[in-house]
Each structure stands twice: as structure tokens, then as C-alpha cells.
Design a protein around this ligand. Structure first.
Ligand SMILES: Cc1cc2nc3c(=O)[nH]c(=O)nc-3n(C[C@H](O)[C@H](O)[C@H](O)COP(=O)(O)O)c2cc1C
Ligand code: SF4
Length: 513
């Protein structure tokens, strides 16, 4: 009987040699006459252990990592195919505390299934949501999503069900479901991991969305820098179509839904939903003035759902297990779970899916393990490059939408980037303005001109030129950008700058805190 060995094909594992490890294991097994079946799964999200090799045993999957090519003969010698102990072993994967303490709903299958196999997907609970949805009318599906409390995971946290209802309420005509897979936020990777590790959950979520609102066509707008996800999605869509889950007659229901992937244009602003629609239509990614909302006049002028990967990939579990099940996770108006992404100066960077509400400190220390450098953590940026910097005094803030907005921060797409006490916050503020200047679409003046002036003002502060006066100019400039910009890029770029000024003033004034 063959032994199944799981080696992630995920980009994060490939970046540290997973391809070579897979080849070596294949070759070593053949030399030793061992009957091995290799499955290229997604990452479990424990990046410091990648490449994390797992072996299926009678008691569960045994984990070994980080495995290098040179470790492979020793693993065979130690009998890893029988789950035997080795210096790189971590016991049963599911018992590793980092994983065991999580509440994985959206990521339940990531790292577990073969991403290209519909059979494996179905064997692990996949397509139950779609099957249930096919027996419901559109309004009931939309109500289920609304009742679950799901809010958009792309950044704005808008209730998904309300957005869908607006599209549903438009008269019958060509409607679209679009998935925003541009994932431009620095330090974020949950969309990528999901698409590489369990792409069928996104395919299923989009199909349910289409059936719900009467849309027959879907497009995934995928970040061009994600070639692994592109391949994984291509295989998953082809497999779903071959098995009758996509096409003119989804599972014999008489309902149609087709799906294709479009590669993005490589600009941060193309992740803003109206720019994304412009780009999907083949034009330069530039923000559209709202109204009309995309839900009323979106892609090619038709009613369109625009949702993030994680929002859509969460829909199957909501339909399969019911809105009440999902809503039972979380706190206040932040219902369900959020896949957090730990990056920066932390010992244990990776993917942590938890119900909303734990204190940030728990994420940073219990999961992240504190700083990699061993120095005290000084600042944490939550919510991508436009998110606020939180000082250590705010590490007890709960990780949910309301608690973070209550301290002038945002949760965004769930990215958490940590910095130790060697960080120069004036430099980080400059980076925010520079990022905005580079990525601005140029449509409105506060962002286009303001960001460039912002870099110049910060440079004068750095050079010690009229520091107090320039700090005041910087503060005014932030207000102008925040309140005068057309979209969130110019509107939120001041958040990291203002928070750095507020909490780390000594880095600006040159005077001790
Ligand atoms: C500058 C900017 C960049 C954005 N980038 C992304 C992105 O990469 N991915 C994403 O899903 N949403 C992004 N958004 C948010 C989208 O405009 C939109 O709110 C989201 O795709 C809606 O999906 P959701 O409701 O499921 O979150 C961005 C917004 C702004 C202002
Ligand atoms: S804020 Fe910046 S990115 Fe947004 S529309 Fe204005 S110029 Fe374009």
C-alpha cells in the first residue's frame, strides 16, 4: 500500500525550496523502492516550518519541517514514512499549538486537500453549500448571507448580504460576480494562500453568489504577481467545469454560471473596486466617481457584485452549516472568523484564523512568539500599508472592526506587521507618503500632489529644517488628504503618518519621548 506524503506547492513553501524537496523525496523513494504518493497541497500557514512535509499515518498526519534537500535521506533512514521520530518532527500536525488553537472555517481545507481535486474537495465537505443553495430562491440565499453577519474582508467591511441584495433587486439583465483578488496590501497573503490551497472554495462561493443574484458570469481579477495562484485557479475551474459544477447547467439545476480569471495590471489602485472594474474592462486602472454603485452599474455598466476572495470563499461554509453557526463566532458586529496574517519581525509568521475579538497581544505573543530579533516590539501596523501604527500601550486592543476603529485604526484585510524597537517611525511615515505618491492614480489633487509634498515635508523634518513648523504642515496636509481625496488611497495614507506622529513623536521632534 502506498504512503501519502504532502509537500506544499504554495508560493511561500516554493520560495524556500519545496520543489527541490519534492523532487528529492520522489527520487529517494524510487531508489529505495518505497511506494509513495506525493500530494502537492497548500500551506498550513506555519511559515517558519516551510517546507513542511506531512506523512499520512493511521493516527493522522505527522509533520516534519523545515525540510531541506539534504535532510531527505535522513528522514527515510529514520522511517518518516511510518511517522517515526526525527529531529525535524513536530508530531501530529493538528496537535501543533499554532494550528490547534485556531478556529479555521474559511481555511478549514487549506493544506489538507489536493487543491486540484474535486473529489477531495467534496470528500472534505466541499460543494454542500452550493447543493443547498440550488434548492433555495435567490432572496433566501441572500438572507442567509446577511443573517450570518459576514462583512467584506477586502478592507471596507461592508455587509456582504446587503451588497448582494442590491444586485438581486436590479431587474433581470446580464449581471456579474467579480472577485477582487488583487491583494495589494503589504504583509498580506490570505487570498493567495486560499487560492493556492483551496481554490474550489472560491469557485463554489462565486457560483453561489451568481445563483443568488441571477448572474451568469464571474471574473476573478487576480494579482499578476501570483503565478502559482493563477495555475491553481486554472486547474480548479477546469476540474469544476468537467464535474458539472460550472457551465450552462450547474449540477443539472438549469442554472448557468461560468467563471474565468483575468490577470491584474500590477498597480495597488487596481484593488480599489471601481479601478478594478476599469482594469477588467481593459482600461487604465483609475477610480470611478460613485454613485452609481457597482452593484447597480458595475462591470460593462451592468449590476455587479465585487467581493474579496475571503468574503466569497467564506460563503460555502455559511450555506453549508447555516448562518447561525457562522454568526456564533465573533463579537459585537464583527461576526465569524478572520484569517489574520502575521508578518514582519515575529518569530512565527503565518496564517492565523480566529473568531473576532482576541487582544492583539495574544496574536503577537501567543501565536507570533514575539519578535524574531529578541528585542521588544515597538510598533505594529494593522490593516496594510494604509493602516495605523499601534504602540505597545495599545496591544491590549481587541482585534475586531469596532475596537480598532475606536482607537483610530483599522483591521482592513487582516494584515499584521510587527517592528521592534530599532524601527525609525519617521522613516515609516515617509514610506506611507512615498507609497501613496508611487501608487496614486492621479485623478484627484489631494492625493496626487499631497503625497509628493508629504515626502518633501518629512525630508525637511528629517534634515532638522524648521521641525516644529514642518510637523504642523505635515499634520495639515494629512487632514487635506484624508478629507479631500476621492478614494481610500489618498484618504487613508495619512493614517500611518498621523498615528506615527501621535504615538512616536520623539522620532519626529528629535526630543526624547
Ligand atoms: C486603494 C485601495 C486598494 C484596495 N485594494 C484591495 C485589494 O487588493 N483587494 C480587495 O479585496 N479589496 C481592496 N480594496 C477594497 C475594495 O475597494 C472593495 O471594498 C472590496 O474589494 C469589496 O469586497 P469586500 O466587500 O468583499 O471586502 C481596496 C480599496 C482601496 C481604496
Ligand atoms: S485618492 Fe489617489 S488613487 Fe484615489 S482617486 Fe484620488 S488620485 Fe486616484
Amino acid at each position: 500500500m502506498s504512503t501519502t506524503v504532502y509537500i506544499p506547492a504554495d508560493a511561500s513553501a516554493a520560495a524556500v525550496g519545496a520543489e527541490q524537496v519534492a523532487e528529492r523525496i520522489r527520487a529517494e523513494a524510487s531508489t529505495r523502492g518505497a511506494d509513495v504518493r506525493i500530494v502537492r497541497n497548500g500551506s498550513r500557514g506555519l511559515f517558519w516550518l516551510e517546507p513542511l512535509v506531512e506523512v499520512a499515518t493511521g493516527t493522522g498526519r505527522q509533520a516534519y519541517g523545515p525540510v531541506t534537500v539534504a535532510d531527505v535521506p535522513g528522514l527515510f533512514d529514520a522511517g518518516f514514512l511510518s511517522g517515526n521520530s526525527h529531529p525535524l518532527s513536530h508530531g501530529l500536525t493538528d496537535s501543533i499549538p499554532y494550528l490547534k488553537k485556531q478556529q479555521r472555517l474559511t481555511f478549514a481545507r487549506v493544506g489538507i486537500v489536493d487543491p486540484a481535486s474535486v473529489d477531495d474537495y467534496v470528500a472534505h465537505g466541499g460543494y454542500q453549500g452550493l447543493k443547498r443553495a440550488l434548492g433555495m430562491d435567490g432572496a433566501s440565499i441572500v438572507k442567509e448571507v446577511t443573517d450570518s453577519g459576514l462583512r467584506g474582508r477586502g478592507g471596507a467591511a461592508f455587509p456582504t448580504g446587503i451588497k448582494w441584495k442590491t444586485v438581486l433587486d436590479q431587474p433581470p439583465q446580464q449581471k456579474y460576480v467579480t472577485c477582487n483578488a488583487d491583494e495589494g496590501d503589504s504583509g498580506t497573503f490570505s487570498d493567495r494562500m486560499l487560492m493556492e490551497g483551496d481554490p474550489l472554495s472560491l469557485v463554489e462561493g462565486m457560483t453561489i453568489a451568481g445563483i443568488a443574484v441571477g448572474a451568469t458570469r464571474g471574473f476573478i481579477y487576480l494579482r499578476v504577481e501570483y503565478p502559482h495562484a493563477y495555475r491553481a485557479l486554472g486547474k480548479a475551474i477546469a476540474a469544476a467545469r468537467a464535474a458539472g459544477y460550472l457551465g450552462r447547467d450547474v449540477l443539472g439545476s438549469g442554472k448557468e454560471f461560468e467563471l474565468s480569471v483575468r490577470l491584474g495590471a500590477g498597480a495597488y489602485i487596481c484593488g480599489e473596486e471601481t479601478s478594478m472594474l476599469e482594469s477588467l474592462e481593459g482600461r487604465r486602472g483609475e477610480v470611478r466617481v460613485r454613485p452609481p454603485l457597482p452593484a447597480i452599474k458595475g462591470l460593462f455598466g451592468q449590476p455587479t457584485i465585487v467581493n474579496n476572495v475571503i468574503s466569497l470563499a467564506t460563503v460555502p461554509v455559511i450555506l453549508a452549516r447555516g448562518s447561525t453557526f457562522y454568526k456564533d463566532f465573533g463579537v459585537g458586529r464583527s461576526r465569524g472568523t478572520l484569517p489574520l496574517q502575521l508578518a514582519g519581525n515575529l518569530k512565527h509568521c503565518g496564517l492565523v484564523e480566529l473568531a473576532f475579538g482576541p487582544p492583539l497581544r495574544e496574536i503577537l505573543y501567543d501565536f507570533g512568539g514575539g519578535s524574531l530579533s529578541g528585542r521588544p516590539l515597538r510598533a505594529v501596523q494593522v490593516g496594510g500599508p494604509l493602516g495605523a501604527y499601534l504602540p505597545a500601550s495599545q496591544f491590549d486592543t481587541a482585534v475586531d472592526y469596532e475596537a480598532l476603529s475606536g482607537i483610530g485604526a483599522l483591521l482592513g484585510h487582516g494584515g499584521i506587521v510587527a517592528f521592534d524597537d530599532t524601527v525609525d517611525m519617521l522613516q515609516m511615515a515617509r514610506y506611507a507618503m512615498e507609497f501613496c505618491a508611487v501608487e496614486s492614480c492621479g485623478k484627484c489633487t489631494p492625493c496626487r500632489i499631497g503625497s509628493t509634498r508629504g515626502v518633501e515635508v518629512i525630508d525637511r523634518i528629517r534634515q532638522g529644517i524648521d521641525r516644529e513648523k514642518n510637523i504642523s504642515v505635515l499634520s495639515d496636509l494629512c487632514d487635506t488628504m484624508q478629507y479631500g481625496s476621492l478614494c481610500g488611497l489618498g484618504g487613508m495614507a495619512p493614517f500611518p503618518v498621523k498615528s506615527a506622529l501621535k504615538h512616536f513623536a520623539s522620532d519626529f521632534t528629535g526630543r526624547p519621548a
